[in-house]
Design a protein around this ligand. Structure first.
Ligand code: TPP
Ligand code: MG
Length: 796
């Protein structure tokens, strides 16, 4: 790098820090602060990473690289994009405001091509690892060779390294042969609350090396290195090396005079050291002592340039939190904000005239044309758009399957995928399944037998070659279409997040399907939420679910997952009872996950169906009798819209049983038993509480906004009922999932479900115990639809 370039980069470094600071100051002081909440964290954290990000974005990164920027560096990221001409000034002015630049980098809400969202610490870090794996998967399958391979880069806060999911992903990365992944740790030795433990860097180093990563430690900048080479330099280096983090931080905050006093106290007897620091003014001494590598452009650029292999790399870059700002190093600086007076001082130092704070080329020490010419050549900005659009791939219109008289939805799921795997096709060749060590027990086995497991290298199944009978062939190859993960559920969701963004990040559409035991969704819930927030597209099968896997007991039962399905944005949740329903839902899902999000809500359902999203299937291992019926277009639509009449209520209907999922036999039986004593009983199959609920909410809102005729699917279904009719709802999950049905029109409602869990036993034992069997349904009907006693009701 020549001096000219270095000068320009230094200018950009300062400028980015100024803009980030001004954004924050503007958000707090200039623009009325509407929510009363001051920006916390962003100022000091942005300053900590400013130089590293300058080196990366203006010099090191290539258009094909993708980056996860640590959450609190959002302002510096937006400032850099603005300098590159990729972000509008209005977004900066409205930072943290309505539709302005986001507080934490957001793929979905920001306009300046955030590659990976961050915010919940640790998740963005792991996302880069799985994005890298996805890149390899895509290329191994013969896709995307017309584009260069990128490096997946994470800018990691040192406290972020405390998150367990980071380590879980490292272990998985090692197993999967991770490549092209850089994690750059902003080692400022500060977290949100305090200064971190001594010597953490050594733990990181050992850890990363153990997992096969290259570790680059960047501690001192060029000024300090030069000083170390001089007489007295050795002693100075030893002093800094052994200086506790707390003391170092405190001295950084206190400045030059404090450095001098402390060094004199400790090393006063060493004339060479005293000579060395004696030449320097207080200001120059402070500059020297804070000249850590993470703030030294030549050191950074040199180090990044030396990485000449595709093994994963961890860079531990020493920095000062709040570097260059008045609260640098102070342990309380996380929420530190610059006062108006401090901003004024900074403005003078930057040579910026009042009213010109946002101008890109204001106050430069280099000619604007030179800077513009440099920006025009920045490699990162040479590519076209960073988001690809992969063409839609036609899924099969129907998924065919011979349905046995008795089946579970989980069996049906395995059988449907088995059918899908039979023939190669443009569609099925892009299906990729994954599971955290529950591939067999979630019925992915037949599919895996057909399509094999993915790995960089072929690995034979010795059991097969030794002719030992086994139902599963466990053969790995670069063509395999199943990614087997270790048990960590966080990894499952982050991998789904990466595979589910392949169309946008790598330009190639994949159809990711992940399976796990339903209760363990809660283990990975934050990562699931993260995947949805990034608008990744995948299908998730949670199976088995509820208390229905009864003998397994509490450790494997799920109650809350239907509510997660209902509430999780970006995830359409279905709980089919029968395999023909599942087949319809799965075919719909393959289409739905490809929709691109620009349409209006459907006038029929008021669902945002054009927007698309991911799909969650809550399945069961309970074999139940399958209905013998023809799949009419109307039935198909009802299943997709979320509900249909299994038994249409008559005009004098007194009670309707609405059920979801695997308790269908109980609901059917209860309705049969009640029929003699309650007139015109109806049976409503709810295949997606989520979708009928969302449609109802949206239609209600549309009416309030003046669209008087808006009606959602569930409103039309329930409008058939007389006002005096009562509802009994039931599912193997939390009763609140369907309880709201009573509010749609105002029918009296009793909701059955599971609120407490943990018992082992047979299905009849547990359904009786928790009150979701046929008798409990009848008892509830008797209570909400009083009339003559229902004769089949037994004492509870
Ligand atoms: C999962 C999660 N827990 C807690 C937080 C709140 N939080 C934000 S940043 C942070 C620590 C920041 O420390 P570090 O990563 O070292 O960044 P620095 O502040 O040094 O820039 C915490 C606890 C969060 N964003 N996500
Ligand atoms: Mg930190």
């Amino acid at each position: 790098m020549n001096d000219e370039t270095l000068k320009l980069l230094k200018e950009l470094d300062r400028k980015a820090l100024w803009l980030a600071s001004w954004m924050i100051h503007n958000a707090n002081h200039v623009r009325e602060n509407v929510d009363g909440l001051k920006v916390g964290g962003h100022q000091a954290s942005s300053a900590s990473l400013a130089t590293i990000m300058t080196a990366l974005y203006f010099h090191v990164l290539r258009p094909e690289d993708r980056v996860a920027v640590k959450p609190h560096a959002s302002p510096i990221f937006h400032a850099i994009q603005y300098l590159l001409g990729r972000q509008a000034v209005d977004k900066l002015r409205d930072y943290r405001g309505y539709k302005g630049a986001q507080s934490y980098p957001s793929r979905t809400k920001d306009a300046d091509d955030v590659d990976f969202s961050t915010g919940s610490v640790g998740l963005g870090v792991a996302q880069t690892l799985f994005a890298s794996l996805t890149q390899d998967y895509v290329r191994a399958h013969g896709f995307g060779h017309d584009r260069p391979q990128g490096r997946m880069v994470a800018l990691v806060g040192d406290a972020e390294m405390d998150e367990g999911n980071v380590f879980e992903s490292m272990l998985e990365g090692w197993k999967q042969g991770l490549r092209n992944c850089w994690w750059i740790i902003d080692y400022n030795r500060q977290s949100l609350d305090a200064v971190v433990r001594e010597g953490l860097w050594a733990r990181y180093e050992a850890l990363f090396r153990a997992f096969g990563w290259d570790v680059v430690i960047l501690k001192y900048g060029a000024l300090l290195e030069a000083a170390f080479a001089r007489p007295g330099g050795g002693a100075l280096r030893s002093w800094i090396d052994s200086c506790p983090n707390q003391l170092y931080s405190a001295l950084v905050f206190q400045g030059g005079a404090a450095w001098r006093k402390r060094l004199t106290d400790d090393l006063g007897a060493d004339a060479a050291v005293m000579g060395l620091i004696g030449e320097l003014s207080d200001e120059a001494l402070a500059q020297l002592m804070t000249n850590l590598a993470g703030h030294d452009l030549p050191t950074l650029i040199d180090a990044f340039g030396r990485i000449d292999h595709d093994r994963p790399v961890c860079v531990i870059a020493y920095t000062v939190k709040g570097h260059g700002l008045p609260f640098a190093g102070h342990k309380d600086n996380h929420a530190g904000l610059m006062t108006t007076a401090q901003m004024e001082t900074f403005r003078h130092a930057m040579n910026i005239r009042p009213g010109h704070e946002w101008d890109r080329f204001e106050g430069l020490s280099v000619p604007a044309e030179d800077l513009q010419a440099f920006l025009d050549r920045v490699p990162f900005a040479q590519g076209g758009p960073r988001r690809f659009r992969a063409a839609r791939i036609e899924p099969p219109a129907e998924l065919k399957l011979a349905i046995q008289p008795e089946m579970s939805t989980q069996q049906g799921f395995g059988a449907l995928l088995n059918e899908l795997g039979r023939e190669p096709s443009a569609f099925s060749d892009r299906v990729v399944t994954t599971s955290p060590d529950v591939t067999m027990s979630t019925n992915l086995g037949p599919w895996v037998n057909r399509r094999g497991l993915f790995a960089h290298q072929e690995m034979a199944d010795i059991f097969k070659s030794e002719r030992i009978p086994s139902t599963l062939s466990w053969e790995f190859s670069p063509q395999g279409q199943h990614i087997e993960l270790g048990i960590a559920e966080m990894n499952l969701f982050i991998l789904l997040s990466a595979l589910g963004l392949a169309h946008s990040i790598h330009g190639e559409r994949l159809f990711p399907i992940g399976t796990l035991y339903d209760p363990f969704i809660e283990r990975g819930l934050d990562a699931l939420n993260y995947a949805c927030y990034q608008d990744a597209r995948f299908i998730l099968a949670g199976t088995p679910s509820g208390i229905t896997l009864s003998p397994e007991g509490g450790a494997h039962q799920s109650i809350a997952t239907p509510l997660i399905g209902l509430a999780q944005d970006g995830l359409a949740a279905f709980e089919p009872a029968f395999v023909d329903e599942l087949s319809v839902v799965l075919a719909f899902a393959f289409d739905y996950i490809q929709r691109n999000g620009e349409g209006e809500p459907s006038e029929r359902t008021w669902l945002r169906d054009e927007t698309g999203g991911s799909v969650y299937l809550r399945l069961s291992t309970r074999p139940i009798e399958q209905p013998q019926r023809t799949m009419t277009p109307e039935l198909r639509q009802g299943i997709i819209d979320g509900a249909y009449w299994m038994r249409r209520p008559g005009p004098n209907c007194q009670v309707v049983v609405a059920y979801t999922g695997t308790v269908a036999p109980e609901a059917i039986q209860a309705v049969g038993l009640m029929a003699e004593d309650r007139r015109d009983v109806g049976l409503l199959a709810v295949t997606s509480a989520d979708r009928v609920n969302a449609g109802w909410t949206a239609a209600s809102r549309a009416r309030e906004r003046g669209l008087a005729h808006a009606r959602s699917h569930i409103e039309r279904l329930l409008a058939e009922l007389p006002p005096s009719c009562a509802l009994v709802t039931v599912l193997d999950g939390h009763p609140a999932t369907l309880a709201w049905l009573g509010a749609v029109i105002g029918h009296r409602t009793r909701s059955l479900g599971v609120e407490h869990f943990g018992q082992t036993g047979s299905i009849p034992d547990l359904y009786r115990h928790y009150g979701i069997d046929a008798n409990a349904i009848i008892a509830a009907a008797q209570a909400v639809a009083p009339g003559r006693p229902i004769r089949y009701l037994k004492a509870l």
